[in-house]
Design a protein around this ligand. Sequence first.
Ligand SMILES: [Ca+2]
Ligand SMILES: [Ca+2]
Length: 155
Amino acid sequence: MRHNPSTAKSHLNGLHIKQVFQESSRRQGTSLPSGARPRDYPESFTMEITDVLSVADISTALKECQANNSFDCKKFFMTCGLSKKSAEDIRKVFRAIDDDDSGFIEEDELKYFLQRFSAGARVLNDKETKTFMDGGDKDGDGRLGTDEFVDLVLS
Ligand SMILES: [Ca+2]
Ligand SMILES: [Ca+2]
């Protein structure tokens, strides 16, 4: 029986190295906040709200609450399509609104809620922010936890 040493192995290794190099260049291209730990947030790094919701639906929802005092969170969640999303998708949106990654949406983050959907959107006034917070803050700690947010969207 003849045994022919294969030359294919070294060729494959060359290809493999090239693929690894391309992969690592691609990863370096993504923006990583300093001090962030990728393993804790496997999917949320480059997460944009538009990964979950369509730009057209967001635009319609923002138009509905353009006038001062016209913001209604239930109506907004319905129009932008978030009410029909899975709890997992709603949690992704939660993380996008939780700007300081505290695990909670505080009042000052809620005030800028609409700007997370579109940078040019208006800021909610104090009354709208309070109504929004009171509607979701079931345990009364003055901030929205993930479950409180998911419940509010799906209610
Ligand atoms: Ca926060
Ligand atoms: Ca709360």
